[in-house]
Design a binder for this molecule. Sequence first.
Ligand code: UDP
Ligand code: GLC
Length: 383
Amino acid sequence: MKILFLDQSGKPGGAELCLIDTAKPYQDNCLVGLFADGPFRHLLEQQHIPVQVLATQPIQVRKQSSLADGLGSLGGLAPIIAKVALLSRDYDLIYANTQKALVVGALASFFSRRTLVYHLHDILSAEHFSRTNRRLAVTLANRFASLVIANSKASQAAFVAAGGRPDIADFVYNGFDLDLYQNHRSNPIQIKQQIGCDGQFLVGHFSRLSPWKGQHVLLEALAHCPSDVTAILVGDALFGEQDYVEHLHKQVAVLGLEDRVRFLGFRSDIVPLMTACDLVAHTSTVPEPFGRVIVEAMLCERPVVAAGAGGVVELVEQGLTGWLVPPGDSRKLAAAITTCREQPLRAATIAHEAKLQASQRFQLPAINQQIEQLLCRATGKHS
Ligand code: UDP
Ligand code: GLC
């Protein structure tokens, strides 16, 4: 099967990292078209996945646009829609991996008469998107897509609740290459020393710095934890949330946490860093569509405390494979961190069970096979 993948971002967020794994099996017969240049292109090239940057100017990505903004930006998309329509004639399928990619892919698929698939990595709710953007996504998917692959049951349910057609909606979790988690050589004690957290109880937060990812909730919680609890914030403001970064630095100063918090910026060595943590915290303040970092922590056999909403409750079973706390509740988060610190044996048992379950449920080859079957059904073709 020949696939034209489309993604609006030049930066490697979770949806883009997932796309690398989805596109890899098709690397001899696919192209990934990006609407912006950036480090994501290099990651695709390193994996020998054909990639082309289709737009010279990055297309503005806004989750909260009004109808006027939306219609205005549609006009600006005309050249890229024409380009994709032309390119897609050489492919069986257009696979839109983001919302802007859906807009472009839907209209291009109409002109080139190619099958359209939408991989939905978002929860289409009012907490995440303006009414206009939700309606646009649902209307285009309903009208043009043969298949919507949601990244969790929660994302699938939100799509249907927003008016999406249930008959085209399915869900497939992200897959993970287990080798990356089993065959790495790193020394957790050495890493802890390198980041200056030797002998401390280290909580890791791995996410782009963005208000809804809730790093501020972890900082608040830290102020209520014993003083040997320290945190690393791994990630950068990928989509320009610089004000939030400043807010976090100020919050660290106000709470007097300068010695207990390190900002490590965007890192590619997630597995060794996670392995050095005593606990991985996920703190999104609104429902997380899936939450790759949670599965990654489980595969690293690290205990996880996560905000129990959205796809997260499909990943973590309270008390068995991790701890769930209400989103935004820093007191409960502090209590869970403290419990984990005080009960290392229980934490290790939970982390072990989580690793076993995650290794069964999120194996990349099986996940890729699920996607392949759905694509074959959508196109009526065999690979
Ligand atoms: N990540 C990374 N470097 C960083 C921070 C995060 O490679 O400095 C990765 C992380 O390991 C995960 C992804 O970015 O695979 C984030 O995906 P997730 O689904 O957790 O959240 P998203 O940002 O996509 O909403
Ligand atoms: C998006 C979602 C995240 C999910 C990722 C991969 O970036 O925000 O929850 O894990 O896509 O599907």
